[in-house]
Design a protein around this ligand. Structure first.
Ligand code: HEM
Length: 225
């Protein structure tokens, strides 16, 4: 799974590079490839979903305090999807190069921020507050941006390249959310509501984390169409 996270990060960084160069075709191609990687990532849960509490207990002690909180490629994935939090980079303070890279990613635009900057350069009315926002904060839906996506979605033909981009991003959000929900199911099944080895409350903490919405404008726009 760590290798899939790394591959996703590379694809979305390529998509950002293309968006910054206003190469929409290149960005769409990278985002579409990433949907295939996400589906493979999600499928790999099948090899773990059978784990019973007694079987998990059989090796859980050996984890010590190790946990998913130490996955820095996962944090890059979350940050690129716009799910930002300063607290989640703290576990990486012991690895200065990793920490510095995560700190840079926390402050940098997400994939959606780069999409909106591209929209603005195409003349679409993205508010200045959105373009100049504090990128270290999780993006929330903004009415003007929701209206832009709703307009794009009123023309759902393959020739509408922004519609194609929207659907590729919707696929990313959907499959990533499925991965998180399946993680919650695996945790519920293997350890119930015991606290996590990484120091969180476990299931309850993960349920809250999995409920965070990726690309909120894209979902809100559907209500308007
Ligand atoms: C049945 C097996 C698994 C169990 C019981 C489990 C349990 C947990 C728990 C309890 C947490 C909360 C943090 C903590 O206090 O430890 C967590 C977080 C996390 N786990 Fe797992 N996990 C499992 C498998 C995996 C696998 C295979 C991956 C893939 C790399 C993974 C990646 C993560 C990540 C990235 C987080 C942080 C999630 C977030 O910030 O929303 N876990 N896991």
């Amino acid at each position: 799974m760590e290798l899939w996270f790394t591959l996703l990060r590379r694809e979305w960084e390529l998509a950002q590079r293309d968006l910054r160069a206003d190469d929409l075709d290149g960005a769409i191609a990278a985002i579409r490839r990433s949907v295939h990687h996400l589906r493979s990532l999600d499928a790999s849960w099948q090899s773990l979903l059978w784990l019973t509490p007694a079987e998990f207990n059989g090796f859980r002690d050996q984890l010590g305090e190790a946990s998913g909180f130490q996955s820095y490629e996962y944090r890059h994935v979350e940050f690129l999807l716009g799910l930002k939090a300063e607290s989640v980079i703290r576990p990486h303070k012991g690895l200065p190069a990793v920490y510095a890279d995560l700190e840079r990613a926390l402050l940098a635009p997400s994939l959606e921020d780069d999409v909106l900057a591209h929209f603005s350069r195409r003349g679409l009315p993205v508010p200045a507050e959105v373009l100049e926002r504090d990128f270290s904060v999780t993006y929330e839906a903004v009415d003007e941006v929701v209206a832009i996506w709703a307009d794009i979605y009123r023309d759902p033909r393959p020739g509408n390249e922004l519609f194609v981009l929207g659907e590729a991003l919707a696929d990313v959000a959907e499959v990533f959310t499925t991965w998180r929900q399946t993680h919650v199911s695996a945790v519920r099944r293997a350890m119930g509501a015991k606290p996590g080895t990484g120091g969180s409350s476990g299931l309850a903490w993960l349920e809250r984390s999995a409920a965070r919405v990726v690309f909120p404008d894209l979902w809100a726009a559907r209500t308007l169409v």
